[in-house]
Design a protein around this ligand. Structure first.
Ligand code: BGC
Length: 869
């Protein structure tokens, strides 16, 4: 049982959380269900409720109140069964602070925080308190201006990092709820927190960035609520009675890295037994509107893996160079001993040039951590408030040799549940897929970002717009992206303009003032729809619908009666390999062709969304608009010969994949021309951010599957596998981030960890692997593998909201054999090459392209919730 889109139910911010459950593989479809809730010892059962819904089922009963706990379980009935299943394991949910009036804590920080330019050294805050009555439970509700890590009695609270993450802080600042019952003991206790600059007041953004984006203070907002066994409560909340001191972190920045002087550290600082090298003084007390404090919608950022270096080399001047064999996002943990004052410097980079770290692609991110030793014995240390994108690290000042295990790379990202896997007989394609997974991990750090190594790491709207289909197969990212889309809505300008990246850094915009741009702004209309298809969350679609509509209305006004969006600044098919390194927008496809195609696409998606939401007027209005824009697109950009005004692959991809051509013959001609263009370039890629996610589908849909495979399996530059044969372990920003001569692309933005061009993985999942959604949440799904490219087998698996869907196929002398798992409660349409499609109900099946061996009768689609339009 799960609650909303959250990994667990503690501290939930939704008073009536929707419930989801998964039936075991092979279980018969559910015909009815009963939910039991236990609240304060009171048991409530809904009784048998008819229905097949298992995903995001409404909360049964009164909404939760602040702090209220409930345990919930479910049992289900199969059709025509009198006997229900046994009850599921109980799951618990506990509301956070749902009411602004619940907050008594106020922000507290070092009294010197108002002078940020003369002193960036972060403070710590703490308070002693007494526990005189036995404790039944204790919760810490906590957030900060800046980043925080809380401790109670010397023990870290939680294991997440970079909390509270990045939201549009003035409107939404996330707090987290921790169960700290076990942290407390009788007598005097101490609660304290480290603070760091983070996004709130650190330097962030390109061209030098901006400081104090949201404020100049570093402050903690914490409310520890203890419930005693006798029913009484104690509240320890940040207020003027707390004290502050500067800590051993001398500087800390997401780009800069961290400097830590262990000589200033008292490991007992957050215990009553401390010895305190720094004077602690009264805090300065700030203000925060508690209405802006919100509970998380998705998982926190955590360490998910540790990686040992694969090689350590010593340079002639005594530095150590470490290669972790994998480009990753995280930081180093070191265990080291040495004389007091020893200064150990850790630098990071994605690639080497001439055997040294290539720091050019970092631009103005220094990515340097420094540890100064206290000389008090071995110390294990890891920076707290920073992350770096790196495969290589250079260590200077290490005393003696590096012992095995002395340095570990710790991988960090939003701790989403992995839900998608893919493997096939082509090892290079497998590595490409692995690279996509790694680039998703590296760039899903509370918000979806563009690159982890340089001075950006921004929530670029276009990048996630093209990558969401892939992302939502690989990981359960619904909660994280839902939260981010809320910020897209907040940052949207009153006229409907969607910023290029979200959250916005005021004054640090590349194209000031913020202007509307196709493919980027279209995230507002396209991405909620994709998430709805993948996760089946109609509320999510409803909540973000106004943002998408305001966007489409804006573009409609900009286009005017011609329905052509043919004016203004556009990024077009960004990073088309034909564009010069210094001007990635100057690709071969007319930027306004790209813009009008997206206008039609977003209007169409809005119409679909409106229909799902029961808004028939909007559905009609935007469907008509989409038709008109498509007609205008054809008139303007498709020549009588069938060629397009931009005779470029991306132009044909847009026309085909966005369904902008009315006549089947026109579609065939466009597909033929696209295939011819691809072959003319010997299947080297000729598309950027816009065309790349579409091209394999456009070829497949127009009968040129073989050409799609030629593109996929090309290894010459530019191509996906070129990067793989060059040793890439993540997806690159540019097709030639590393050029064939081994030099770095000289363009100002050259990342080796950028997911956008990895959006091809969605085609791998749907067409090579063969699993695609056919109704929201995969309630209906298709199994339609289309082999090619010399690939002889493929396995793919996806944890849908209804449970596991899997497809393993292998070529045989007679065609293909496929092993298929249809999740319980779902309907699969199986479409194997050379055989008429047929349907399969839930369970595991082995079928082949000649004759099905085990195909139960079709399941009625009428039982499906929200069939796809
Ligand atoms: C980012 C992109 C982004 C682009 C738009 C780049 O610097 O890394 O991925 O979409 O700018 O201009």
């Amino acid at each position: 049982m799960s609650f909303e889109q959250l990994p667990d139910g503690l501290g939930i911010g939704v008073p009536a959380p929707r419930l989801s459950w998964v039936l075991p593989v092979g279980a018969p479809a559910q015909d009815a269900y009963e939910i039991e809730t236990v609240r304060a010892g009171r048991v409530h059962r809904t009784g048998r409720l008819s229905g097949a819904d298992q995903v995001l089922v409404p909360w049964p009963g009164e909404p939760l109140t602040s702090r209220e706990q409930a345990t919930v379980r479910v049992r289900v009935w199969a059709p025509k069964e009198e006997q229900p299943s046994s009850w599921s394991e109980p799951s618990s949910v506990e509301a956070g602070l749902l009411d602004a009036a619940d907050w008594v804590a106020v922000p507290v920080g070092g009294a010197w925080a108002e002078d940020p330019d003369s002193d960036r050294r972060p403070s710590r805050v703490r308070k002693d308190f007494a526990v005189t009555t036995p404790v039944e439970r204790a919760r810490l509700y906590v957030t900060a201006h800046g980043l925080y890590e809380a401790e109670i009695n010397g023990r870290r609270v939680g294991d997440d990092i970079l909390a509270p993450g990045w939201t549009v802080y003035p409107q939404r600042l996330r707090y987290r709820t921790y169960d700290v019952t076990d942290h407390l003991g009788p007598g005097t206790n101490t609660i304290g927190a480290w603070l760091g600059d983070g996004w709130y007041r650190g330097r962030f953004g390109f061209d030098g960035g901006t400081r104090n984006i949201y404020g100049s203070d570093l402050s903690l907002v914490a409310q520890l609520e203890i419930t005693h066994t006798d029913g009484s409560t104690t509240v320890v909340a940040t207020d003027g009675t707390w004290s502050a001191a500067r800590g051993p972190i001398l500087t800390s920045g997401l780009y800069e890295g961290e400097t830590f002087d262990a000589r200033l550290d008292d490991p007992h600082w957050s215990t009553p037994e401390r010895t305190d090298p720094e004077p602690w003084t009264a805090v300065s007390v700030g203000a925060r509107d508690p209405h802006t404090l919100v509970a998380p919608q998705g998982p926190a950022v955590r360490c998910t893996q540790e990686i040992a270096p694969v090689t350590v080399t010593r340079t002639a001047d005594g530095r150590h160079l470490l290669d972790f064999g994998q480009n990753l996002v995280g930081r180093l943990r070191v265990t080291v001993d040495g004389p007091p004052g020893t200064r150990i410097t850790l630098r990071h980079a994605e690639v080497l040039q001439g055997g040294e770290l290539a720091t050019g692609p970092l631009r103005e991110a220094h990515a340097t951590d420094v540890l100064v030793l206290a000389g008090d014995g071995p110390r294990t240390w890891e920076p707290r408030f920073t992350l770096h994108g790196f495969r290589h690290a250079e260590i200077t000042g290490w005393p003696g040799d590096l012992a095995d295990g002395a340095v570990t790379a710790r991988v960090h990202h939003t701790d989403m549940r992995r839900t998608g896997w893919f493997e096939c007989s082509d090892e290079l394609v497998n590595r490409l897929h692995e690279n996509v997974v790694w680039s998703m991990r590296g760039n899903f750090v509370d918000i979806p970002t563009d690159c982890p190594q340089r001075d950006e790491r921004l929530g670029w709207t276009g990048d996630i717009q093209v990558f969401t289909p892939t992302a939502s197969y690989l990981y359960d990212c619904a909660g994280m992206l839902d939260s981010w889309l809320t910020d897209v809505g907040i940052e949207q300008l009153p006229d409907g303009t969607v910023p290029w990246y979200v959250p916005v850094i005021p004054g640090n915009d590349v194209w000031t003032p913020i202007r509307p741009g196709a493919a980027w702004g279209d995230v507002a209309a396209l991405t909620p729809w994709v998430l709805y298809q993948r996760f089946g969350d109609l509320d999510l679609l409803r909540r973000h619908y106004p943002t998408g509509r305001a966007w489409v209305d804006l573009v409609e006004r900009l286009a005017g009666p011609t329905r052509l969006w043919d004016s203004g600044f556009q990024l077009g098919d960004w990073l088309d390999p034909a564009a010069p390194p210094e001007d990635p927008a100057a690709g071969r496809t007319d930027r306004h062709l790209v813009a009008t195609a997206h206008f039609a696409r977003s209007a169409r998606h809005l119409a679909w969304s409106a229909r799902e939401l029961g808004n028939d007027d909007d559905a009609r209005r935007y469907a008509a608009l989409a038709d008109e824009v498509a007609a205008a697109f054809r008139d303007r950009y498709v020549l009588p010969s069938g060629r397009m005004t931009s005779d470029s692959p991306t132009a044909y991809c847009l026309a085909i994949a966005f369904d902008l051509l009315d006549a089947p013959a026109a579609r065939t001609r466009a597909g033929d021309r696209l295939a011819a263009l691809v072959l003319r370039d010997d299947a080297r890629i000729a598309t950027g951010f816009v065309g790349t996610p579409l091209i394999c589908d456009a070829l497949t849909e127009t009968g040129h599957l073989d050409v799609a495979y030629r593109l996929l399996t090309q290894t010459e530059c530019p191509s996906w596998l070129y990067t793989v044969v060059q040793g890439a372990t993540t997806v690159w920003e540019r097709w030639d981030s590393l050029r064939p001569d081994g030099t770095l692309n000289p363009g100002g933005m050259t990342s080796f960890n950028h997911y956008a061009l990895g959006a091809v993985a969605d085609w791998l999942h749907r067409t090579v692997g063969g699993i695609a959604p056919a109704a929201p949440g995969y309630r209906a799904l298709t199994f339609r593998p289309r082999p090619g490219g010399g690939i002889t087998w493929a396995d793919t698996r996806h944890e849908t909201p209804y449970g596991t869907a899997a497809l393993s196929w292998k070529l045989t002398a007679d065609g293909m054999t496929a092993r298929i798992t249809v999740p319980a409660g779902c309907l699969g349409t199986v479409d194997l090459p050379g055989r008429a499609p047929f349907t399969l109900g839930p369970g595991e099946h082995v079928v082949d392209s000649a004759e099905p061996r085990n195909a139960p009768g079709p399941v009625a689609l009428a039982a499906m919730a929200h069939p796809r339009p």
